[in-house]
Design a protein around this ligand. Sequence first.
Ligand code: KG4
Ligand code: ZN
Length: 321
Amino acid sequence: MHILGIETSCDETAASVVTDGVKVRSSVIASSLADHVSYGGVVPELASRRQLEFIDGVVARGLKEAKLRLHDMDAVAVTKRPGLIGSLLVGLMFARTLAFALKKPLVEIDHIKAHLYANYLQFSSKKSKAPAISRLPAVGLVVSGGHSSLYYIKDFKNFKLIGSTRDDAAGEAFDKVAKILDLGYPGGPVIDRLSRQGRNDEIKFPVGLTAGYDFSFSGLKTAVLYYTQKHKTDPFFSRPKVAYAFQESVVAVLVQKALKAAHRMKVKTLIVGGGVAANSALRHVLRIQSQLQGLDVFFPSIELCQDNAAMIAGLGFHQLN
Ligand code: KG4
Ligand code: ZN
C-alpha cells in the first residue's frame, strides 16, 4: 500500500511516499529556514506564505522521485497537530482536497508521535538499522523544538503520554541558550558542535529534575543567562565551556527520565525522536546507559530526526482504520 505523506507544521514543506508503512520511496523537504534566521526564530506569517508557494512542487517531486503517480496512491496522510496554524492549514487543506478528488482515504496525524515512528522507516538505498516493527511495547522519548515528552507505546494506535515539559521544550532551551550566547538560530546544531571543544568540570548548571516524568528546562536556561551576564567580560569566559555545561545538564535529565520510564514500565525498547535526537551527546550517553540497563535504544538517522513527511506517511499506514 502506497501512502502519500504531507507535512507543513513549522518552517518545512515536505512530501513523501512510503510503502506498507516502512519503505521510504521518496522524502522531499523544502525549508524556509533561511528566511527566519535574521529574526532569531520562525516567523509564522513568512513560513505559511512559503508553504503556499512550495506545496504543489514538493508533492509533485515526492511522486516523481518515488516513480509513482497520484493515482497509484492508496491514501493520503497529513500532519494535523501540533504546529503553526497557518502552516498546518496549508498542508491540511491541500491533503483533504487531494484525498477528496482522488476518492482515497485521508488520515490526519499527530506530528509528535510521528517523530517516534521515524525509527521504523527504512530506505531501500541504505543499510537499515530500523528496529523490527514488532518491537513493542516501547517507551518513546520525543525531544523537538516545541515538545519534550515521554510516551508508553503499546502499539501504533495507542500512545500513552506519561510525561511532558512544564515550560520550555528541550529544543527551545537549545535555541534560547544559543541566543544568550550569540550563536544564531537554530541553536541545537551549533551548541552540539561547540560543546566538543568545551569539555570542562568547572561550570555546573542545575539539572532540572521534577518529580515523575515531566521535564523543566527554564531554570537551567535562566542559570545560563545569569552566568553569562555575570562573566561574559571576564578573560576566562568561554562560550564552548558554557555550551558544554548546558548540554550536559539537558542530556542528564533526558537520559535519567527515559531510563526510569523504561524500567518502571518494564519495556526492553527505548525509541527517541525529534530534532534534539540528532544531538551527539544525547545519542552517545543514552546508548551507553541503555546498554548498562539491558535496554535496546533506537534513534532515527540524523535526516529523519528533522521534520519530514516520511514519518507522517509511515504512521498513517498504521492509523488508517
Ligand atoms: O523536531 P524539530 O525539527 O521541530 C519541531 O517539531 O519542533 O526540532 C527542531 C529543534 C530545534 O530547537 C533545534 O535547535 C533542535 O531541534 N536541534 C538540535 C540539534 N539539531 C536540531 N538540538 C540539539 N542538538 C542537535 N544536534
Ligand atoms: Zn518536529
